[in-house]
Design a protein around this ligand. Structure first.
Ligand code: NDP
Length: 458
């Protein structure tokens, strides 16, 4: 007889969903969390990030407002944003707590260390607990490059609660966090520079989206430095001096690392239960989220599969179905819609053009136009919508959107794509006018095609 049926370590998106569902199915469940309930997404990730993106986007709105007849005298107050953000995430945190407590999940505020396949030790409370199943949902933390002076930099964890906005910021990295925070800081009036080791931001995205976003960031005054690393940081008065790999040094009000995230597996005692890790240090799991130790499962960022909240939630839910509802379900990670909440925004589902072109003959449909909101102003920024299909109107393989509403569109396009919709299915939908999304159902002939891997235009 164990103390619990399920002990969950980590009260983030995946852990909370798994705990709630398991308790709903009658299991005796406790969640151990050493920080705040809600995890990265709610406390220092998706939610505060999107609120800050909204704050930053007023800058663009004010810019076009005069073309609609508005005169705006705008001033921004950082401390108001931080305080209001804090109020909102505290509200969400208490909602998450209530959602756990309602089906009877016990919340233990402590740090847990695994001591065997069916046991943990609570570090603060200095007591041991036993359980039939253990779910590791400890998430991930920002990776900081091992360079001299790294402690002078910040990560997304600290960026949300800076005492005041810096006059300038250097962001290292070319992924989601780098471009989203660049959008935020630049929109709020901070002189913003991205330094990235590659030759264009967002390595895994469709090339047109990458180049389009690159132009959009540059238009908003964000400096992009490519094929360069930060070698070291030193203090320079109130500034931080960044010393780059090309020999150049420059001072910045703040330096932020957005260089990826590392699974939280260290110091967890997983070796005591024989839990195997991947080469990258994540927990290795099978399709049902079961680790190499049969009583230990893992979901979310700690497994390094797809570091996205909805994926963690689905993994947590399916874990509970599999283990506590006798309904084995494996998460399908093959068609995950994704968005980058930069300015302009990106929404994407399915294969990029480069990926699809290696899979067989494809047709590519591309629309580029000024979004309607810009048409009364002098802004020339283009929106891009791209549909990639099997040849001759076959199945839709990829959809990539850059511009206002891209994330919302990507979510909805994921539905027909999941149903294996063809170009003809898209064409059957009546257009909704005037909208940007109508382009996706009114493409006539391909902009270009690939046959045997060769691109043919016209
Ligand atoms: P990403 O993996 O997206 O990007 C990391 C970036 O850092 C890459 O450009 C990478 O370069 C670079 N990098 C990695 N290591 C080093 C190093 N040692 N020196 C210099 N540069 C380095 O990670 P993020 O931190 O941006 O985000 C983490 C994850 O969180 C994302 O993968 C995503 O899953 C999730 N997320 C999702 C969001 C959303 O859905 N909108 C928003 C924010 C995060 P390279 O490209 O060459 O590998």
């Amino acid at each position: 007889m164990t103390d619990y049926d399920l002990l969950v370590i980590g009260a983030g998106s995946g852990g909370v969903r798994a705990a709630r569902m398991a308790a709903t199915y009658g299991a005796k469940v406790a969640v151990v969390e050493e920080y705040r309930v809600g995890g990265t997404c709610v406390i220092r990730g998706c939610v505060p990030k999107k609120l800050y993106v909204y704050a930053a986007r007023f800058n663009d709105m004010f810019d076009v407002a005069s073309s609609f007849g508005w005169q705006v005298d705008a001033r921004f107050d950082w401390s108001t944003l931080v305080a209001n953000k804090e109020r909102e995430i505290t509200r969400l945190e208490s909602g998450y707590t209530a959602n756990l407590e309602k089906p009877g999940v016990e919340i233990i505020k402590d740090r847990a260390v695994v001591t065997g396949p069916n046991s943990i030790h609570l570090v603060g409370g200095k007591r041991d607990l036993t359980t039939r199943y253990l779910l590791i949902a400890t998430g991930a933390h920002p990776f900081i490059p091992h360079i001299p002076g790294a402690e002078l930099g910040i990560t997304s964890n600290e960026a949300f609660d800076m005492e005041k906005l810096p006059h300038s910021i250097l962001i290292e990295g070319g992924g989601y966090v780098a471009v989203e925070f660049a959008t935020i800081f630049a929109g709020l009036g901070v002189d913003t520079t991205i330094v990235y080791r590659g030759d264009c931001i967002l390595r895994h995205f469709d090339e047109d989206m990458r180049r389009g976003l690159e132009a959009g960031l540059t238009d908003r005054g964000i400096r992009l430095i490519y094929q360069t690393n930060v070698n070291s940081l030193t203090q320079a008065g109130n500034d931080v001096m960044a010393h780059f790999s090309d020999g150049v040094s420059a001072p910045f009000g703040a330096v932020m690392f957005a260089t990826g995230r590392v699974s939280n597996t260290r110091g967890l005692g997983l070796e005591t239960a024989g839990v195997e890790l991947t080469a990258g240090g994540a927990i290795a799991v099978d399709a049902f989220s079961q680790s190499s130790c049969p009583s230990i499962y893992a979901v979310g960022d700690v497994t390094g599969r797809a570091q996205l909240t909805p994926v963690a939630i689905r993994e947590g839910w399916y874990f509970a179905e599999t283990v506590f509802n006798n309904n084995p379900l494996a998460v399908d990670h093959s068609l995950i819609p994704t968005a980058v909440f930069s300015d302009p925004e990106i929404g994407a589902v399915g294969l990029t053009e480069a990926e699809a072109a290696t899979h067989g003959d494809i047709d590519v449909y591309v629309a580029r136009f000024r979004p309607m909101i810009n048409t009364l102003s002098t802004r020339t920024e283009r929106m891009i919508l791209k549909l990639i299909t099997e040849k001759d109107g076959g199945r839709v393989l990829g959809c990539h959107i850059l511009g206002p509403g891209a994330a919302e569109m990507a979510q909805l396009v994921a539905v027909p794509m999941g149903m294996k919709a063809s170009k003809a299915d898209f064409d059957r939908a009546m257009a909704l006018h005037p909208s940007a999304a109508e382009e996706l159902v009114t493409f006539k002939s391909p902009t270009y095609i690939y046959r045997n891997g060769e691109k043919h235009v016209g």
